[in-house]
Design a protein around this ligand. Structure first.
Ligand code: SAH
Length: 476
């Protein structure tokens, strides 16, 4: 970070704005949102500033400007509208040793003003260090939609009741209380009805010591998505922020863990392919005992917790201990991989069957079921298939299908190091070795339509030649 965001205390402090025209007025409008004392240095004021001076909302100072004019200011804005004068005033302000912002001169700024979403006392500041103002505006628009107009009032109400809650409730109950207030229906009700009914409900819950929540919270089995941290669901993020402890897998993106509360415990329980460093029953026992201790537990798994994630075993262990669980779905790797290719898992009239399967079978003696689903109208997505590519080829060969299947492999889908490999099944093992394709990868298998030469030629994924190039990463 070239700049670091901080919230400055403004009450009881001064802000000095040099300039009397529109630029200075803009800065004034911004600073009027704060509790700072605003001093405007100018020989003449425009009508807006004049009216603010007349009503005592700003202090107007005329005459010579020297370093003393800026002394002790929490912030100084130089906004005269005259570039030469701005540079001179910047020098004077710097001589006073204060933090200066010069309009349209990022090179002279000690601080830049962010784009702000104002639900005072809830304030969101967005900055892109000047790289992408359009993006900043887009983020602002989205957040404006997310944060309802009265959210600030609800936060202020919570602030007023904090002391009352602290005297009657323990830290855990307080967290439950505020989770109930901000995550539950009260928040929506507050937006419609305002402070009064909500204040009554909160005070009643505190007085009764009864926060609507009974027994240990359900353990959340959360899908983190296949790669980048923005592919987790909003509900997943919410569970992460509520969690006291997070047990996470090897393939979970570190960016996802950053979405959790800072003080949440993060415990790695990953398994490298083939080597079971964390036996499943030990993971089960850990999760169960954390939940029984009363901790809010998130079991964070890559992709979707219901797809090749041993979620069922963990759920069973939780149920056996009398605990409840909640499944928060995630984007499974096959979806992530298909999207990264710019392709579709199913397509009306072309692909009407989708099979999710694994290259790793518990019973190695049974022939895998997926062979029977191979067709020109299905996608067979093989998870954990890189190490077992040789076995996949053998299965195809035994079924007489080796020359009739095309493979598209996507490794590290939705990550910066994504790689794509496209080849006939016969060449799969050699191509994987030659190109150094490693796990995690999804192998999409599709039978080639040999009755249709043109389809056979473009049997790889995507089957639509006009997809353009949405796929990032390296094509092998
Ligand atoms: N629950 C996960 C699957 C876990 S099993 C899900 O729903 O996606 C682990 C396997 O998932 C890996 O061996 C690989 O086949 C696949 N996988 C996970 N992340 C992946 C990624 N970013 N790109 C490609 N495959 C991935």
């Amino acid at each position: 970070m070239r700049t670091f965001p901080m919230f400055l205390t403004m009450s009881g402090r001064s802000v000095v704005i040099a300039g009397g025209g529109e630029q200075a007025a803009q800065k004034c409008r911004l600073m009027l949102k704060t509790e700072a004392r605003i001093v405007v240095l100018a020989d003449a004021l425009d009508v807006e500033l004049q009216s603010l001076a007349d009503t005592g909302r700003i202090i107007w100072q005329r005459g010579a400007i020297s370093p003393a004019s800026f002394e002790h200011a929490a912030l100084v804005f130089i906004a005269t509208g005259c570039p030469g004068l701005d540079v001179c005033l910047h020098m004077l302000a710097k001589a006073a040793g204060v933090v200066v912002n010069v309009v349209d001169r990022p090179d002279l700024c000690d601080a830049i003003t962010p784009s702000i979403i104002d639900r005072d006392p809830v304030v969101v500041a967005i900055g892109t260090e000047g790289t992408a103002p359009v993006l900043a505006r887009q983020i602002k628009t989205r957040l404006e939609e997310m944060l309802e107009p009265r959210l600030g009032d609800l936060a202020a109400l919570a602030g007023r009741l904090r002391g009352f809650a602290a005297r009657r409730l323990g830290p855990r109950e307080r967290r439950d209380l505020w989770a109930w207030v901000f995550n539950g229906p009260l928040r929506a009700q507050h937006n419609l009805e305002g402070d009064e009914p909500i204040a009554t409900a909160i005070k009643a819950a505190i007085t009764a010591g009864q926060i609507p929540q009974s027994g240990p919270a359900p353990v959340a089995l959360v899908g983190a998505g296949p790669g980048s941290s923005d592919l987790i669901t909003l509900r997943g993020v919410q569970r992460l922020q509520e969690a006291d402890v997070i047990f996470y897998d090897r393939l979970v993106d570190p960016g996802v863990l950053e979405l959790a509360r800072r003080d949440a415990e993060r415990i790695y329980v990953g398994k490298a392919p083939g080597c079971h460093s964390w036996p499943q029953d030990r993971i089960n026992a850990l999760i169960v005992s954390a939940a029984l201790r009363g901790q809010r537990v998130v079991r964070l798994k890559c992709g979707d917790p219901g797809v090749f994630a041993r979620g069922a075993e963990e759920a069973e262990a939780l149920s056996a201990a009398g605990l409840t669980y909640e499944i928060v779905p995630g984007v499974t790797a096959a979806s992530g991989a298909a999207a990264a290719l710019g392709g579709f898992l199913t397509e009306r009239g072309k692909t009407d069957t989708l099979v999710l399967t694994t290259g790793r079978k518990v019973d190695a003696h049974m022939p895998p079921d997926w062979v029977q689903h191979l067709s020109t109208r299905s996608h067979v997505a093989v998870y954990m298939g890189v190490q077992t590519a040789g076995q996949i080829v053998d299965v195809l060969s035994n079924a007489g299908l080796l020359d009739h299947v095309h493979v598209t492999a996507v490794a590290n889908a939705q990550r910066a190091d994504q790689k794509v490999l496209d080849c006939p099944a016969r060449d799969l093992v050699a191509r994987i070795a030659a190109k150094g394709l490693t796990s995690p990868a999804i192998l999409f298998l599709r039978q080639i339509d040999t009755t249709n030469a043109s389809t056979a030629l473009r049997a790889g994924w995507p089957s639509r030649p006009s997809f353009g190039k949405p796929c990032k990463g390296q094509n092998l």
